[in-house]
Design a protein around this ligand. Structure first.
Ligand code: IMP
Ligand code: MG
Length: 179
């Protein structure tokens, strides 16, 4: 394994995720929520966040492609897996690992809204505002981070590093010439 610099430790992540869960618990008091995670990156964040929300909750997952194994956004987002159950009438919390160009979440927000959820909020662990192509603001943001490519805690580079417990910066030499 190459030497990765830690940007956010597991302790920092756990503390922030707990606070986000408490905020969601307060905002949705007395209601049921449906967490819709964006595969695969958001799986780790969703599982931690959902356990910090003290409300009745269900899980669903959606998957998109757009990046392939590279790090440059193709500008095109395609749905590769839809939710298993209808989101109509539900309090949906769309859960994503990172908000980068904004293309993925703009697309998914439009898609899910069209199915008439009762409410739709978006929770992202990380936000890289410097990289935005499509203006987009998430409702719950864990951390704003600088324009670095990060891995760990669900985030990958070419499917590697997802199981690192900390969020680390991938050195430029590993990113290759793609960025
Ligand atoms: P957006 O459409 O550019 O906002 O894309 C967000 C998606 O890009 C995320 O779901 C990630 O899969 C991927 N992504 C963006 N930045 C990073 C990063 O720094 N590390 C790993 N994946 C990233
Ligand atoms: Mg992703």
């Amino acid at each position: 394994m190459s030497d990765l610099k830690v940007l956010l430790t597991r302790e920092q992540i756990a503390e922030r995720v707990r606070a986000m869960g408490e905020e969601i618990t307060r905002d949705f008091a007395g209601r049921k929520v449906t967490f819709v995670g964006v595969l695969k990156g958001a799986a780790v964040f969703l599982s931690d966040l959902a356990r910090c929300v003290a409300l009745e909750g269900s899980f669903d997952f959606i998957a998109v492609s757009g990046y392939g194994n590279g790090v440059v956004h193709s500008g095109e987002v395609r749905l590769t897996k839809d939710v298993d159950e209808s989101v109509a009438g539900k309090n949906v919390i769309l859960v994503e690992d990172i908000l980068d160009t904004g293309l993925t979440l703009s697309y998914l927000t439009r898609l899910l809204s069209a199915h008439q959820p009762r409410s739709l909020k978006v929770a992202v662990l990380l936000d890289k505002p410097a990289r935005r192509i499509q203006p987009y603001r998430a409702d719950y943001v864990g951390f704003e981070i600088p324009d670095e490519f990060v891995v760990g805690y669900g985030l990958d580079h070419a499917q590697r590093y997802r199981n690192l417990p900390d969020i680390c910066i991938l050195p430029v030499d590993e990113l290759g010439a793609s960025r």
